[in-house]
Design a protein. Structure first.
Length: 251
């Protein structure tokens, strides 16, 4: 079983570095990132995370304060603190932290921490939070994607996503009249979204096939899809994916 993990750090490079290191550990599945404690708390209340890697010094609510809030939940995730400062170690363990890692993180040290978490899971089981979306327990997947708009974290329902796309190294979810920034890569979204509905039509696009209104042949065997958002956006289909699309649609 994968250990569903959330990374919380106000520094984007630190989150990316930790995500990369955790990507080398097969048991870990990073299913979210947060830049603030309040954003993390909203995600934890909505999603069944089993493990939290948490920075301590952040704007607003600190990591230690967040850990206290988490401990008040019915079934809190396991917490590992990740920080550049060693003076918080005692306070970290006072809030039931599993481990305390110093930046820069050593891969071997990180693996030892994950082994410790695995042992706790074997002894006590995975934490089971008050997940608002019971479909996760029934199907093994959530039908909502954490995203951001206007400084707030929102949970976008799959049925509302018209397409997902990359733009200048960022990934967005497009709904009928809005777009939301998400910290997932397109590859991660492809793995999370319902494969019977969502199709990776291009290296920069995933489209909801139920929201496609028109299919327009383009040059060199490619297609353009007109989708049912407010702007009637056009989504490209690469030549490599055009054959798969024809097969799916029976063309």
């Amino acid at each position: 079983m994968k250990i569903r993990t959330l990374i919380v750090d106000d520094e984007y490079p630190a989150r990316q570095e930790l995500r990369f290191l955790l990507g080398e550990i097969p048991e870990i599945e990073v299913v979210g990132e947060a830049a603030t404690a309040s954003e993390a708390l909203a995600l934890i209340r909505a999603v069944d995370y089993s493990l939290l890697f948490l920075d301590i010094e952040m704007p607003g609510l600190s990591g230690l304060e967040l850990a206290k809030e988490i401990n008040a939940l019915p079934h809190p995730p396991y917490v590992v603190f990740v920080t550049a400062y060693d003076e918080y170690a005692l306070k970290a363990f006072e809030v039931n932290a599993v481990d305390y890692l110093l930046k820069p993180i050593e891969p071997k040290r990180l693996k030892k921490t994950v082994e410790k978490v695995k042992k706790l899971i074997q002894e006590n089981g995975l934490p089971k939070g008050e997940d608002a979306f019971n479909s996760y327990r029934l199907t093994g997947r959530l039908d909502r994607i954490p995203a951001e708009k206007g400084g707030k974290t929102v949970l976008v329902g799959e049925q509302d996503i018209i397409f997902a796309y990359t733009e200048q190294d960022y990934v967005y979810l497009k709904t009928y009249e809005d777009r939301y920034f998400t910290r997932f890569t397109l590859k991660e979204l492809e793995a999370r979204l319902n494969p019977t509905v969502f199709f990776r039509c291009h290296r920069c696009f995933i489209v909801n096939l139920q929201k496609v209104k028109e299919i327009i042949p383009f040059f060199n065997g490619t297609y353009t899809l007109v989708v049912e958002d407010k702007e009637k956006s056009e989504v490209p289909v690469s030549r490599a994916q055009a054959k798969k699309l024809r097969k799916i649609l029976g063309l």
